[in-house]
Each structure stands twice: as C-alpha cells, then as structure tokens.
Ligand binder design. Structure first.
Ligand code: ADP
Length: 177
C-alpha cells in the first residue's frame, strides 16, 4: 500500500533518526549552504572527509547522480549526497535531472538495504527550482519508484523545512492517495 510507505514532516532533516538522510549537495561534494551546510555542521568532519575521498576517486558528483557516506555524528546512519539541477527556466532537462536525483538516491539506499530514507526538497533553495514544480517531480518519482519496487522495504519521508513546501507536498500526497 503506497500511502503507508510515504510520510511527510515539517522540520530539520539533521535531527532525524533514520537509516539515511539525503543531502542536496553540489557537484564539488565539498559542502555549501542550505541543507548541505546544516548536514555537514551537524554531522561533523567525518562526512566531509568521506566526500573528499569520493572526490579523489571520481572527481565529484555530476548533476542527477548520488553518492553515499556515513552519517558522522548525525542521528542518521548514512547520508546520500545528490546534486540537484540549477533551475534555468525548465528547458535544460531540469525535470529529468531532478527525477534522477530521487531515483539514484533510492537505488543507492536500497542497494544498502536501508529502510527509512528522508528527502529534503532538492533544488528548491539556492538552486531556484520552483517549489510547486519540484514537489510534483519529487512525489511522482518516488511514488513511481515504489510502485516499480513493490517488494522493497523502503519507507520514504519527505522533510519540508518551510511552510510553503510542506503545504505543496501535503496537497500532492493527499491527491495521490
Ligand atoms: P539546493 O542548492 O538544492 O537548492 P538548498 O539547501 O539551498 O539546496 O535548499 C533545498 C531545500 O532544503 C530548500 O527547500 C530548503 O528550505 C531546505 N532546507 C534547508 N535547510 C534544511 C534542513 N536543515 N532540513 C531540511 N530541509 C532544509
């Protein structure tokens, strides 16, 4: 049953005791502002150290892709770092790239048999993706992935930091039940 597998909360993703939190990183993997800054601040230097090792191996993370580190000092066990697209008007493949972020994060998390995975609203801060459009991509992509992986144990938590995102997700999730 789909509705049992998707939950919505308002708040700070760094506080969640889940198997993995997803980070809206940038392709350098060296940290930034917004949720990225909050995750590195709360999680401590171990996360950045692992990001640097990944960077040394593969030279950062392309837009739409994802990598995984441990959660450092976060209550979450792992952090999946994914790089959302910068909004450039919507005609540069942004929706597909954003959907790839959700799909690739889910693929990595399920590969590690993780169950509870929390997503922030990727690209809707500094990267400027319109919140209504991004929420639709997030909900549709996760819903489709869960349908395609119906035996998966995964439980998805959408974490909205601001009221506007929270209401957008709430409406979309209510519609789709
Ligand atoms: P991006 O560069 O992908 O736009 P941002 O971190 O600037 O990433 O913003 C992505 C979303 O994360 C925004 O909606 C922002 O409000 C939200 N956000 C910021 N801090 C947190 C946090 N501590 N927990 C959850 N979401 C957060």
């Amino acid at each position: 049953m789909l509705s049992a597998k998707i939950e919505l909360v308002k708040g700070d993703i760094t506080k969640l005791e889940v198997d993995a939190v997803v980070n809206a990183a940038n392709s350098s993997l060296l940290g930034g502002g917004g949720v990225d800054g909050a995750i590195h601040r709360a999680g401590g230097p171990e996360i950045l150290e692992e990001c640097k090792q990944i960077r040394a191996r593969q030279g950062g993370c392309p837009t739409g892709e994802a990598v995984i580190t441990t959660g450092g000092r976060l209550p979450a066990r792992y952090v999946v770092h994914t790089v959302g697209p910068v909004w450039q008007g919507g005609k540069n493949g942004e929706p597909e790239l954003l959907a790839n972020c959700y799909r690739n994060s889910l693929r990595i998390a399920s590969g590690k048999q993780l169950q509870h995975v929390a997503f922030p609203s990727i690209s809707t801060g500094v990267y400027g993706y319109p919140k209504d459009k991004a929420a639709k991509v997030a909900v549709q992509t996760v819903k489709k992935w869960l349908q395609e992986h119906e035996n998966s144990i995964m439980q998805i938590l959408f974490v909205c930091f601001d009221e506007e995102n929270y209401h957008l997700y709430k409406e979309l999730l209510a519609d789709e039940r």
